[in-house]
Design a protein around this ligand. Structure first.
Ligand code: ADP
Length: 254
């Protein structure tokens, strides 16, 4: 049920492994820390990683007369999470479904989850432009406050795929809020010097060429990888650093 949601943000990427789930979870945690009510919906049916990233793997979702009740990360129920991962018996279970079954599951996720008044609903999507995306776009087109954040890494192959995401969003009528470049150089945790391991600045120049807002770059930061599985502690354990600054600035732009 999206009637009670003020703003929906889709997190998209052309490729897997570029940090889409990391951006979705860190952004959700940052918004929650700022006092907002946040929902995080993981519709990556074939690779749901949000329950793992937030240390919620042993949780189950429940049915109520109003619909599916999300799993809440905190007592105050400021951050609710919904993922196909909660419906699988184990992390190693695979979802082997054809398009129509995937479509109906996504529709259920969009229509039947009982989100109580949310400031933000962050949707972590699978990579690419598949059935899942088309279903989401069709259902969200009517939501007035809905936009997409595109995540890329600096390599040319990843940038090429983001171009396709831009075309997809433009064709389906979902406004693009901006592009974020992840794994943009390695920042030494001791001296903060940044080394560009891959090329850099690809996300920024694509944003300029495509006339899309550039939302910043996150360096490769071993602390980010180490946050996986820490749940609520993840935001508290990330010290003042470039990564936390980028998420703070991103949250302020929403
Ligand atoms: P996706 O959702 O695009 O498949 P993930 O968010 O799952 O990607 O990230 C893939 C892996 O890269 C994860 O192990 C994650 O912890 C790690 N990762 C993502 N961003 C960073 C970063 N900026 N620095 C270090 N590790 C990162």
């Amino acid at each position: 049920m999206l009637e009670n949601v003020k703003q929906v943000i889709l997190v998209l990427s052309g490729k897997g492994g570029v940090g889409k789930s990391t951006v979705s979870t860190q952004l959700s945690l940052t918004l929650k820390e700022k006092g907002f009510k946040v929902g995080l919906l993981d519709i990556d049916l074939c690779g749901p990683s949000v329950p793992y990233l937030l240390n919620l793997e042993d949780q189950n979702i429940h049915q109520s007369p109003e619909g599916w009740v999300p799993v809440y990360l905190d007592k105050e129920q400021k951050l609710g999470v919904m993922s196909i991962g909660f419906l699988l018996k184990s992390r190693n279970d695979a979802v082997v479904w054809r398009g129509p079954k995937k479509t109906s599951m996504i529709k259920q996720f969009l229509e039947d989850v009982y989100w109580q008044d949310l400031d933000y609903l962050i949707i972590d999507t699978p990579p690419g432009t598949s059935d899942e995306h088309i279903t989401v776009m069709e259902n969200l087109r009517q939501v007035p406050q809905c936009s997409a954040i595109l995540v890329t890494t600096p390599q040319e192959v990843a940038i090429e795929d983001v171009r396709k995401e831009i075309t997809f969003c433009r064709k389906t009528g979902i406004p693009i809020m901006g592009i974020i470049e992840n794994m943009s150089g390695y920042e030494c945790p001791t001296c903060s010097e940044c080394t560009n391991i891959f090329s850099s600045g690809g996300g920024k120049s694509l944003a300029e060429i495509s006339k899309i807002q550039y939302l910043g770059c996150i360096p490769i930061d071993p602390r980010v990888g180490a946050l996986a599985g820490k749940g609520l502690a993840a935001i508290k354990e990330l010290p003042e650093c470039t990564t936390s600054k980028v998420f703070n600035e991103l949250a302020n732009k929403l």
